[in-house]
Design a protein around this ligand. Structure first.
Ligand SMILES: Cc1cc2nc3c(=O)[nH]c(=O)nc-3n(C[C@H](O)[C@H](O)[C@H](O)COP(=O)(O)OP(=O)(O)OC[C@H]3O[C@@H](n4cnc5c(N)ncnc54)[C@H](O)[C@@H]3O)c2cc1C
Length: 521
């Protein structure tokens, strides 16, 4: 019996994600197993019905917002499937895609991974895991309700990617259901592209031969379009494919030793230039896990609006650079001393610095950082009451680290030229800032949007990426074209069509309907 249901208003919440864009759908399905996913895809393939995959819908680029057809929501695929330990003693956990980051973190921290139905080898690895020092999964895209499958599809990252890199590096294997319902397995090191083609054989024998696009990826943090390298691993391109190549039905995650202690140090500096000087010195500091930034305007928003237990920054104009250090206690103290020296040299005040070492103290600083986007979003929501068409205008661009001062200068000069209000924060250690324009009316909104396109061109010219972590989805399609050019997008579309010849999956993500239509055989 089919699990595809007609779409009714009871499911309206599934028409949107955190970008607050709203789509349309005719059907919805909530598979619980890989077989369910394949059955749904087979059924929809005959008619070429569009399929939009959803994890937790926390995405900010409208990737999970349907453009007609069927929603395939994976939130019920949330089981732990097994574990293995390799000859180097590393642990690998096999999961379904609907497990949330919050659930995974809890299971790892409490060493309480459910093992129902696991085979003997997995149970043995699990016992070794329980006896080993604490492990963690390092990718943390802030929003812990995100699903593991969605995080992989967007190649999510977040603050700690400064040390650990993005999601891609922590996925060792995936299973992918392609549009016709066939399954493809890819384990790291086993399926590599060569001679300009990525060839994969689906279970059942169908061969996918996808021609590699010829564009070069930037030397900056990047979640813009398909990962592409001449001899790339199939796992690397499936991660970051934004629901356009297939449905990730299973992932194997590499776990890491958790640092013995983590210190969270919030430094306040008198100006943005002081902050940039400090970041230049702190970059590369041993044992740093993250280097984050909050600008003066965003701190002002907190002072004016934050309620409850949110710690407030010191009085007077200042910016905040937060650095997490992860290590054993003595080593952490050594890094902290180096950091304080760098802070004083950059004109910061060690006495005004917050140092959090206990879990409760760190939670206070986490609340402080999270209160920034929350309160900025409230401003947008208030303005939307007068101008309902205003949406959040938050950038997600990155540059190579040596171009960080140029990117900041670009943002500041163009915002001043346009007279636009903005609040900025983000992953400054990765030269990746979220500049959030706060339009006061529709004219400012239009000028803000135009400014984003200008930034996309300039950031591309600096060797950067138009999306560093949120993915392209539907909202940044134009920027993707600015970054790589029309020909490269066409090549990307041909690569997609090798997996999905009818262009059913992730409709509207990366590619316009017109483009895919013109290339379909
Ligand atoms: C407050 C807030 C802060 C955030 N901060 C960060 C941050 O710091 N760093 C960061 O990287 N992100 C951040 N995000 C964005 C978001 O959390 C990530 O994009 C997340 O990885 C998406 O996961 P999801 O399960 O919600 O995916 P969804 O939104 O449901 O889907 C995202 C995309 O993945 C596809 N997809 C989902 N599951 C699968 C699957 N199993 N197979 C194939 N395709 C699939 C969808 O089709 C869609 O294209 C933030 C979001 C919010 C709301």
């Amino acid at each position: 019996m089919t699990i595809i249901q007609p779409f009714t208003s009871d499911y309206d919440e599934f028409l949107r994600d955190e970008s607050r864009s709203v789509g349309t759908a005719s059907f919805i399905a909530f598979p619980e197993t890989e077989d369910d996913v394949c059955a749904v895809l087979r059924e929809l393939h005959a008619e070429g019905t569009p399929v939009t995959v959803q994890g937790s819908r926390t995405g900010l680029a409208a990737g999970a917002v349907p453009q007609g057809g069927c929603i395939l929501n994976l939130s019920r695929m949330n089981r732990y499937l097994g574990m293995r330990r390799d000859e180097d003693g590393r642990f690998f956990l096999r999961v379904q895609p609907g497990i949330t980051l919050m659930e995974l973190n809890h299971a790892l921290r409490k060493r309480s991974i459910p093992a129902d139905g696991w085979d003997a080898a997995s149970l043995e690895a699990r016992q070794a895991f329980l006896d080993a020092p604490l492990h963690m999964f390092p990718t943390d895209p802030t929003e812990t309700s995100a699903s593991i499958g969605g995080m992989a599809a967007c190649n999510a990252s977040g603050a700690r990617s400064y040390r650990y890199g993005a999601m891609r590096g922590h996925v060792s294997a995936v299973r992918l259901a392609i549009a016709n319902g066939d399954m493809v397995s890819a384990s790291r090191g086993q399926a590599m592209a060569h001679d300009g083609v990525l060839s994969l054989t689906a279970e059942g024998g169908r061969v996918i031969a996808a021609p590699l696009p010829s564009y070069a990826m930037p030397h900056a943090k990047c979640a813009s379009g398909y990962y592409m390298m001449p001899a790339m691993d199939a796992v690397d391109v499936i991660v970051g494919s934004d629901g356009t190549l297939g449905v990730i039905t299973e992932l194997e995650l590499e776990l890491m030793d958790a640092p013995q202690s983590v210190w969270d140090v919030a430094c306040f500096l008198p100006s943005e230039q002081h902050a940039l000087d400090f970041v230049a010195q702190a970059h590369g500091i041993e044992r740093a896990i993250s280097i984050e930034y909050i600008d003066a305007a965003a701190l002002d928003v907190l002072r004016e609006r934050a309620t409850g237990d949110v710690p407030l920054p010191p009085e007077g104009p200042c910016c905040c650079v937060s650095i997490e250090i992860g290590a054993e206690d003595d080593a952490a103290m050594e890094s902290l001393e180096t950091l304080m020296e760098a802070l004083e040299q950059a004109g910061g005040d060690a006495d005004a610095t917050w140092v959090a070492s206990t879990e409760a103290e760190r939670e206070g600083q986490r609340v402080f950082r999270h209160a920034v986007p929350e309160n900025v979003n409230r401003i947008i929501d208030e303005r939307r009451r007068t101008y309902p068409h205003i949406t959040k205008l938050g950038s997600d661009m990155s540059v190579p680290f040596d171009r960080l001062p140029d990117a900041v200068a670009l943002y500041r000069s163009t915002l001043a030229r346009e007279g636009l209000e903005a609040a900025t924060w983000g992953h400054i250690g990765d030269a990746h800032l979220h500049v959030n324009i706060l339009p006061r009316d529709m004219d400012e909104y239009a000028r803000g949007k135009a400014l984003f396109a200008e930034w996309a061109r300039e950031i591309t010219a600096m060797g950067g990426a138009v999306s560093a972590e949120h993915g392209v989805g539907k909202l940044k399609r134009d920027f993707l074209e600015i970054m790589y050019g029309e020909d490269a997008i066409r090549e990307m579309a041909r690569f997609k069509l090798a997996f999905d010849p009818k262009g059913q999956l992730g409709r509207g993500n990366f590619f316009s309907e017109e483009l895919l239509g013109s290339l379909k055989s």
